[in-house]
Design a protein around this ligand. Sequence first.
Ligand SMILES: [Zn+2]
Length: 675
Amino acid sequence: MTNPLLSDWTTPFELPPFAEISDDDYAPAVDAALEQARANIAGIAENAEGPTFANTIEALELADETLNRVLSVFYGVASADSNEKREALQRDFAPKLSAYSSEVSENKALFARIEAVWEDRDNLDLTDEQQRVLMLTRRGFVRSGAQLEGADAEALRDVKSRLSVLGTEFTQNLLADEREWFMKLEADDLQGLPDFVIATAKAAGEEKEAGGPVVTLSRSLIVPFLQFSERRDLRKTAYEAWVARGANGGKTDNRAIAADTLKLREKRADLLGYDSFADFKLETEMAKTPGAVRDLLMKVWEPAKAAAQADAKMLERMLHQDGWDGPLEPWDWRFYSEKRRKELHDLDEAELKPYLQLDRMIEAAFACANRLFGLEFKEVEGPVYHPDVRLWDVTRKGEHVAVFMGDYFARGSKRSGAWCTTMRDQKRLGGDERPIVLNVCNFAKPEAGKPALLSYDDARTLFHEFGHALHQMLSDVTYESTSGTSVARDFVELPSQLYEHWLEVPEVLAEFATHAETGQPMPEDLLQRMLDATTYDMGFQTVEYVASALVDLGFHDGPAPADPMQKQAEILEEIGMPNAIRMRHATPHFAHVFAGDGYSSGYYSYMWSEVMDADAFEAFEEAGDPFDPGVALKLEETVLSSGGSVDAAELYIAFRGRLPGVEALLKGRGLDKAA
Ligand SMILES: [Zn+2]
């Protein structure tokens, strides 16, 4: 019998034939696809004809086609609907795939051909997109060490493998510390905790077999505990345990791992010829240099600090009114901030919820895409990997654009969080293909017959992921390696965060936020309170974030510090970190930076994207209409259709006429008045 993953798909829209695919089909399909990919690579490297763009760069684009097709389906399904078998397959595939990718990047004959095409690039009459793909391909090889020989090549291989071991250890130590600690709560210890926190604490207690409710170090429990617990002594105990993760001494202490990691990264950058690890990492980003990142962060830091200091005074007054002496401490901030939030905004989630129905919010996201880009969405039947998944045919002027899959409800087999992925990317090389785009969320599933209701945060998540989906659906490039969201990390959140702004357009909520039972639109006053509450406590949030980003940058843009903890203290001292706020992630538990390479000297990128989304939405405000067709068309023609086929900064300038400033972000966070 043929493997359904490897045969032609005759399903509607050539969707993966999920019903025919069994878990036993994945491993043989991956093996066969890897064998085919290896043969393709050998064919390119050993080609008797001289190297050309077509027989080298384009051939490389197509070499992994089958492998990508199989893996997109597998990882799409394994993330959203896993089981033991699929988890075991993930563990089996990881080393196989990394071995394959090292083989390709270390193939000297292949790199020699790429280098020859690169040297000859000015004589090849390449399109802009082809020049870009050539540059990106070559750069990828160079960055993984293709130009190194002998001892240097060996040293780089050694550094990379030691870094990956350290990253895993860091994560495991952190998990161990988080699992280990809990604090039992007696009846007297529950003062101030709302029912939902008590329920979570009870569930956690059952899991720990503690014989009663407990506080653990899981963010979803400790944060509400710090917000609501009236017991200052318990808040202090819990807080101190929380910020000590990874720094408790003994076998799970991460401080030495952090120091070793930074040294190895410095060595890696040095071997590859960069001034610092930050220079190496930022080369592929929109920011490009450590200086540009620091400049942005400092522009935000000062106004954020001023706002946080003003807030700290108010909160300290509340602390003193409660009969305490002395300064506001970090374990007090969330508690008094929550009290003040209630006084200022009086926003009750329960009052809000009936107005935010999942189905209406999906309609709202579609309606905005219709007004902005002329897209139409028709729900269709077709193969799905789980009965909760819904499918839409996306068209424009009658022409098929994409298939959109929505998988919205939480279940045990789904990993947490929300994300956007594809089961097929848009591209033209080797046959015109339109994408299959998947949004996955973890919203609470309602009882049968009842409408699904969202929190405001949920609704924002829905718009956010849909923004990523638009980036994929509107993609219009030739080469798959630059399709859709294949862009710099500090650029990829622009379309998603930008789309969140349309949820805040009052006319959108007025039309789509209707009461689940009465059908009435949300009252004006409630709508306003909800929108006001979104910028509350931004001084605190911005300070804890920017401090972490500055420490991350400070670790990587010069020589590796011998003692990262001391370096962290120096940086915080230098920027004048407010007393009652700590870094969002301190070094011993800064997983973004030390659990792997992902966000090392890249933690800033969330804010970089926010600067752009705020500034980009202002283009619509300046035009006087959040749906201005001219601005929308320009947005599609530049940012949304180009994927990574053009440098991110160039795309932004093409859209906006200039690079973004921080003013719109400060206004959006309500920090413009504090400076
Ligand atoms: Zn995102």
